[in-house]
Design a protein around this ligand. Sequence first.
Ligand code: NAD
Length: 366
Amino acid sequence: MAGLNEMEAEQDKSVFGQIAEYNHEKLVFCHDQDTGLKAIIAIHNTVLGPAIGGARMWSYASEAEALEDVLRLSRGMTYKAAISGLNLGGGKAVIIGDAQKDKNEALLRKFGRFVKNLNGAYITAEDVGMTTKDMEYIRMETEHVVGLPEAMGGGGDPSPVAAYGTYMGMKAAAKKAYGSDSLQGKKVAVQGVGQAGGFLVELLAKENAQVYVTDIYEDRLREVASKYKAKVVGMEEVYDLDVNIYAPCGLGGTINDHTVGRLKCDIVAGSANNQLRNDHEHGAALAERNILYAPDFLINAGGLINVYSELIGYNRERAYAQTEKIYSYTLDIFDLAEQESINTQAAATRMAEKRIQSISKVRSTY
Ligand code: NAD
């Protein structure tokens, strides 16, 4: 018979155990035999507004991994919207499968039906493995989708705006670490040169930073490297590089027990969501190693700001202007961390939670 500790550990891994840990409102498991759709939609918190967050399509090693991803990503969306001053809650969806092989119109439209059934409590958008074209298919079944092409009244691909915000956060971190926000000559390692990473490399190249790149997809890696004269490095080598800035722009969790001790950079600033495998442990580990961490949900909010603009009447200039403010917000978080003697991840989380708490009281009367 399992001992009490084992039973408790087992309970923590249960679906409700995990929902309780992250404090989610709702989880929807979507299944369709005909299209092969297997997806999970997670609604984390809707105090500030409807839950918004992209749909990610990925070949997860297990269903447990997909579940953990959607729970952590949706919580990150709650914090991202809150810290950016948007009236949105946090949600996310994962579609289990290989985006290059398993994605088709029927599967995407079926996913759209599940989104429709939530009646606006969840608004979907693009994430890893999805494109603007895919959003068009989802739109055929539900109006609760953003990231639509400009021709359809949307804001188009949010990636350039996401990359711009990340770049602003990176510059703020440089200002804090070096006294100047110039990235000229700075060595920056970009891990993952997909949509957001690719645009970030473009901005860095324009400022004459020395850029190092790595990616799983060899063709894309070569294309970006030759276009922007970046140096290609290995997928593992990226953690050991002697660089100023490490920019995680692939999937989350790359700052973990195996990598954190290897980093030689002064700054971590990238577009990926959930870069810290464990917020508390790895946020603290970076601070102990004197590495300045620009919290991911703060600096990668440009994509969300862009799709939010779509909900209230799309205006590209306004979206960019709001995204630019990430520079000063990031400096504010660094100041707060210093004043409170906490790490920067904890400071950003505190700031986001404070807004949610204060607004929840505003809505306590009908
Ligand atoms: P994408 O699918 O276009 O690109 C991701 C790239 O990262 C792929 O080319 C993939 O091969 C690579 N990759 C994944 N893990 C890797 C690893 N360990 N080492 C090297 N390469 C790796 O996705 P994207 O839209 O560019 O998003 C990238 C990250 O930024 C994601 O975490 C996403 O959630 C986040 N993000 C994106 C946006 C946006 O608007 N695109 C906005 C906010 C946050």
